[in-house]
Structures are given as C-alpha cells and as structure tokens.
Design a protein around this ligand. Structure first.
Ligand code: CTP
Ligand code: MG
Length: 336
C-alpha cells in the first residue's frame, strides 16, 4: 500500500469566514486529532477496534485495502502514478435508539430484512467512499464487528469499527480520529453520515462528495420543509400529549427554511477544525451539536447546500420504520 505523504497543509484561505477564527493561526491537519486539547483527551481513551477480515493483510482494516496508487498505461509508463481519489466517511451508528424503543441499538434494527447499519454502509460503498469508520455503541462492539465483518466480501471500501461516545458529536469525533491513519490531506473529502438514514441513495452521497472535490469546503443536502414552522416563545416547552397552553413566536418564513439531511460533506481540514473547536460541547446530547454543519458554522465558516433527496429521511420512530419498509415494498429504494 502506498499512502500519499503530502504534508498536511494548513487551511489558510479556505472557505468564506466571518469571525476572528479565520485570522487565528491554523494548525496542521495532523494536530487536529492528535492535539493535546483537554476535550480531545477523552477520545484518546476510546477504543478503535481492529477486525480480522478474511484475507486481510492489514491489522485493523476490515476489507481489501483499496490501492492508493494506480498503475499507469504503457504510453505513460514514465509518468508518476496517479493518486486514486480517496473519499472518507464516518458512519454514525452508536446511538441507542431511545425514541424507537426497541431496547437494542437502532442501527442493528432491520428494515426489509437488513440491519440499518449495513444498508447505510452499502450505500456509502456504492457511492465510491474508500475508507469508512463506523461508530458503534461500546456495549455492542462485538455485534457490530461480526455483522460488518460478514458483509465485507461484498464491499470495496476499507472499514473500521470504532467505539462511539456519549453524544453523536463525540461519536463522530472518535470516527474522525480513526480515519487519521489514512493520512488524508487538507482537501480530502470526508462525509459524515447517519446509519439511521439507511435508504439514502448512493447518487446523493456521490453528489455531496463531488461538491467537495469541486472546491466546496462544507456541503449539506437539504429539502424544503412542508409544514409551517413556528418557534416556541423563549423558555417554554410542550411535552408530548400536553394540553397546557404554550405561547408561540410568529411563524418563520417557510420559503427560506430547509430541512437538513446527511451525508454532510467537508474537507478533512474543515471538519477536524470544527470538531476541535466544538469539543467542549460533546460530553452529552444536551450541549452537543445536532449536526456537523452546526460545528462548522460555529467556526464562522459558510455552509453550502445542494438539493437533498426524500429517501435520505432519518428513521427515528416506528412510523419511520413503517415508511422505510413501505418504500422498499413499493420500489422507491433499491433493496440491499
Ligand atoms: N449516534 C451515534 N452516537 C451517539 C448518538 C447517535 O453515532 N452517541 C448516531 C445514531 O446511531 C444515528 C445518528 O447518530 O445513526 C443520528 O442519531 P439519532 O437519530 O438521534 O439516533 P439515536 O441517538 O440512536 O436515537 P435516539 O436519539 O432516539 O436515542
Ligand atoms: Mg439521538
């Protein structure tokens, strides 16, 4: 295996910036995930679980390692080998699925006879993602390893299973740390994806990756919202089934609102900086960012959008399971 050894450049002049963050000295990529920031220290204690794949020659890597260099044709035999395009991904699958209420990790729940995590993994693989870190609940690591190990013969990507964290944000940070071994450079695309969006079309994943490859720094798929959205007045809340009266603030102009999906695409440098900057929020879900684009926004960088896809909806409740099953039954999503 030949891993490009391009020194990790800094992020000078990347992205539209609007805060002091953009003028601060920008650390080298390698430091982002090895840094001594106190909030990253907890990630270092989380395990990265190596799997043994049949025929694998790379400890900890659970599929045939895609070549990182290509041989050249006879006409250009003296030319430097062209680097193969790398596309990295963190597949967030370490959630407990509280709202689904199945008393098992949501990513292991089957839709159309296949666990959601496998459907999502196959979607990333089909879209040309070359290196994937799957986050798994700490107490279900063995189950995830076995399941994903059994799927390897059909996958091209290199896959690692890593222990997730207390929040989705912490899980993604753990996944990013494990991807560092593939020595991405500053502009290598990294797609952060939810296993719960298990029917996401590979075409959407590919479009997000291409947007990064074509020069964007942070790109997310979004859809128009179909409901009118009104904010609760500050400090108020409505519990499920609650008939107590709660005041609302005026509606937000619906035409400007977009519902956000995954995969969310970033350059390696931008996503690492965002997670480092927001690391103190990751301890639990109440303070954590609900998506990675939110962390990038906190850096003062502009996040761009492309059109999302209705099939990238997130499975959260039993109603969503029924919807996913119906989509498969009616051919809206290809079976995997
Ligand atoms: N996730 C994760 N690590 C966490 C929490 C969530 O990797 N600590 C992943 C989930 O597995 C899921 C995605 O992030 O694929 C989106 O999270 P969500 O839909 O909220 O899933 P859960 O957290 O599992 O569900 P719930 O909030 O109902 O418990
Ligand atoms: Mg959750």
């Amino acid at each position: 295996m030949t891993v490009p050894t391009t020194p990790a450049p800094t992020l000078a002049n990347q992205a539209t910036t609007s805060s002091a963050v953009s003028t601060a000295p920008l650390p080298a990529v390698a430091r982002h995930l090895n840094c001594d920031h106190p909030d990253m220290s907890q990630l270092r204690s989380q395990s990265t679980t190596p799997l043994q794949a049949p025929g694998s020659h790379h400890a900890g890597i659970v599929s045939a390692e895609p070549a990182l260099t290509e041989s050249v044709s006879t006409e250009s035999a003296r030319a430097e080998p062209a680097p193969v395009k790398r596309r990295l991904s963190v597949l967030a699958a370490a959630g407990s699925g509280t709202r689904l209420g199945r008393h098992m990790p949501k990513a292991l729940v089957e839709v159309g006879g296949a666990p959601m995590v496998l459907r999502a993994l196959r979607g990333l693989d089909a879209a040309g993602i070359t290196h994937i870190a799957v986050t798994a609940p700490t107490d279900a690591l063995v189950d995830f390893e076995q399941l994903i190990g059994s799927a390897l013969p059909d996958l091209s990507a290199t896959v690692r299973v890593v222990a997730g964290g207390a929040s989705r944000q912490a899980s993604v940070a753990a996944g990013l740390r494990s991807l560092e071994q593939f020595r991405p450079d500053a502009r290598t695309p990294v797609l952060i994806h939810d296993a719960a969006r298990c029917l996401t079309p590979p075409a959407l994943i590919d479009r997000v990756a291409r947007a990064i490859e074509n020069g964007a720094n942070a790109v997310i798929p979004t859809l128009p919202v179909t409901d009118t959205i009104k904010p609760l007045a500050s400090g108020t809340h409505i519990d499920e089934g609650d008939d107590a009266l709660s005041p609302l603030d005026p509606s937000i102009d619906r035409s400007r609102l977009r519902a956000v999906q995954t995969p969310q695409g970033f350059t390696w440098d931008v996503i690492c900086r965002a997670h480092e900057y927001g690391a103190s929020r990751a301890a639990d879900e109440s303070s954590a960012a609900t998506d990675d684009a939110g962390l990038v926004e906190a850096l003062g960088l502009t996040v761009m959008s492309i059109a999302g896809d209705m099939m990238a909806f997130k499975v959260t409740t039993e109603l969503d399971i029924a919807l996913a099953q119906a989509c498969l039954d009616h051919g809206y999503a290809p079976d995997a």
